[in-house]
Design a binder for this molecule. Structure first.
Ligand code: 5RP
Length: 219
């Protein structure tokens, strides 16, 4: 089974957490794209979706699923999204696709966060995947120095702007032993919009795609 087949299977398994008449929070990335495609099959049963990125909004609309504004649609019953890394405590690194800030907002505004990953994303400690940090452009150098002081090696994501018009620093070289603390510490650097640690608000349910089926881990 390929990694993409595991992503598709786990995304389809997340449909089990969708109830009739709900507005669904939808994430970003290739696993979330599989979820959007699966959602299209039951679109007559849902009242629409809130997207965590322009790309996901476009894909939802392409399937004829109404995309709603979080301000009028929230709070949401459920948010479904992928991740770049997950621990067994359901602490996550996200933002490989650069949508971390909107993902964090929609997750925060949702009662249940269902995270869908393939088995390659499971880790003992976060940090091998470079931690994305969204930064106001004028603060780029200041934030980079502060991240170096925290022991990281920030690298500007070249040629990339987020949906919010900001830049991303991908922080290499971190071995994250206390993700809750580090998430807060990075958020307090002036100029940081958000960072890709989802530890203060971890996933509630982790669905893991493996060659032998989908495993479920709950918080
Ligand atoms: C995007 C994300 C994605 O959820 C994460 O990068 C995983 O992506 P994929 O499902 O393509 O492996 O956080 O900002």
């Amino acid at each position: 089974m390929t990694q993409d087949e595991m992503k598709k299977a786990v995304a389809e398994a997340a449909l089990e957490y969708v109830q009739n008449g709900w507005i669904i929070g939808v994430g970003t990335g290739s696993t979330a794209n599989h979820f959007i495609d699966a959602l299209a099959g039951i679109k007559s049963r849902i009242d629409g979706a809130v997207a965590s990125s322009e790309a996901s909004a476009e894909r939802l609309r392409g399937h004829g699923i109404e995309v709603l504004d979080l301000n009028s649609a929230g709070p949401l019953p459920v948010y479904v999204d992928g991740a770049d890394e997950s621990t067994r405590h359901l602490h996550l690194t996200k933002g490989g696709g650069g949508a971390l800030t909107r993902e964090k907002i929609v997750a925060a505004a949702s009662e249940k966060f269902i995270c869908v990953i393939d088995e390659t994303k499971q880790v003992d400690y976060l940090g091998a995947f470079p931690l994305p940090v969204e930064v106001i452009p004028m603060a780029r150098s200041h934030v980079a120095r502060a991240l170096v002081a925290l022991g990281g090696n920030p690298v500007l994501r070249e040629g990339f702007r987020t949906d919010n018009g900001n830049v991303i620093l991908d922080v290499h070289g971190l071995r994250i032993m206390n993700p809750v603390e580090l998430e807060s510490e990075i958020d307090h650097i002036a100029g940081v919009v958000s960072n890709g640690l989802f530890a203060r608000r971890p996933a509630d349910v982790l669905l893991i795609g493996t060659p032998s089926g989908v495993n479920t881990v709950t918080a």
